[in-house]
Design a protein. Structure first.
Length: 327
């Protein structure tokens, strides 16, 4: 396959990928600001939803912060890999040119090497989300107070965070696709095609994260509705029970409500469980790094340089090599 490198395009791509990598790091840092956790509510079921949703943002394996940190590593690797590929191609071309120049008189071509960065293994595991279990409360007044003190603002901020991360990664993915498009339109060669494929692969993974972040944002937004539904149910029951004149009957009614509330509230709480268990997907097989040797040995010549001016026809087979120096 003919090789053609646009130096400005490739070097610009390396620089742009570095910048995009920095944006990915900044997006991951957003997740560290999350405050949603199990202290979200004293209401059984809601507390677990808050803890689970908070963990998906900045918890362990599969959480947004872990996934985005890994994603930033992938983007940064793209920059280093493209730079190494460019160095290898242009460096080898320089040695080939040297060999041609000394073909008649002979001499050493020279040796060099290019280090290729090892691709980090993606850390895009499934996240954990344990279905909440609603347990009975000790009293109506305590249950009502727990609903009233639920930190709805934490869920509002968390939902906003998901939507912002979605928007940011959508932009990152679009910028990666733009880099791939520019490389493809201005360069030719197997190495360049491989680089474009990797950039596009990482861009598609970002698009997946952006879509899943929207899903998670919508799921967190359900917490406000779940809290409101439970609070209304409890407050209406409290009013009805308070109207019972007989203390014994009133206590019996309260006990009955508290015993039945978990079963009636569980379906509502279950609507806060997200329909997904993974934020991003990518082929886990890493690309190996290492060093590639450039150059050659010694060219045996006659000891004098032959003047071949004007003897090489335009478009000769060496075109694919000399084109490396065009920009």
């Amino acid at each position: 396959m003919e090789i053609y490198l646009d130096h400005g395009s490739i070097l610009g791509g390396v620089s742009e990928l570095k910048t995009i990598g920095q944006k990915a790091v900044a997006t991951a840092d957003q997740a560290a600001q999350n405050s949603l956790n199990a202290s979200f509510s004293g209401v059984s079921g809601l507390d677990q939803l808050g803890g689970n949703h908070g963990g998906v943002i900045n918890g362990g394996a599969g959480s947004a912060i872990t996934v985005l940190q890994s994603y930033a590593e992938q983007v940064s690797w793209l920059s280093g890999a493209l730079a190494a590929s460019y160095e290898a191609l242009t460096g080898q071309n320089a040695f080939v040119a040297r060999g041609m120049d000394i073909a008649d008189e002979g001499g050493a071509i020279g040796q060099d090497g290019v280090s290729f960065p090892t691709r980090p293994r993606p850390r895009f595991e499934n996240f954990t989300f344990t279905p909440p279990v609603v347990l009975p409360a000790t009293s109506m007044s305590q249950l009502s107070a727990d609903f009233s003190s639920t930190k709805i603002q934490d869920s509002v901020v968390a939902a906003r965070m998901w939507h912002q991360m979605s928007a940011d990664v959508t932009e990152i993915a679009a910028q990666l696709q733009a880099v791939a498009s520019d490389l493809g339109s201005r360069n030719r060669g197997d190495v360049i095609e491989a680089a474009i494929a990797r950039v596009s692969e990482v861009a598609r993974a970002g698009e997946t994260f952006a879509m899943n972040s929207q899903v998670m944002g919508s799921s967190v937004e359900r917490l406000s509705f779940i809290k409101q539904q439970g609070a209304v149910t409890v407050n209406l029951a409290m009013a009805a029970i308070a109207a019972i004149p007989d203390p014994v009957a009133r206590q019996a009614a309260e006990s009955s409500f508290l015993a039945s509330f978990p079963a009636s509230y569980t379906p509502t709480v279950a609507t806060g469980i997200p329909p997904i268990r993974n934020l991003m997907v990518m082929d886990p097989a890493p690309d190996g790094g290492g060093e590639i040797a450039l150059g050659g040995g010694t060219v045996e010549g006659t000891g004098s340089k032959h003047d071949a001016t004007g003897l090489r026809a335009p478009g000769a087979p060496l075109e694919s090599l000399t084109s490396l120096q065009r920009a």
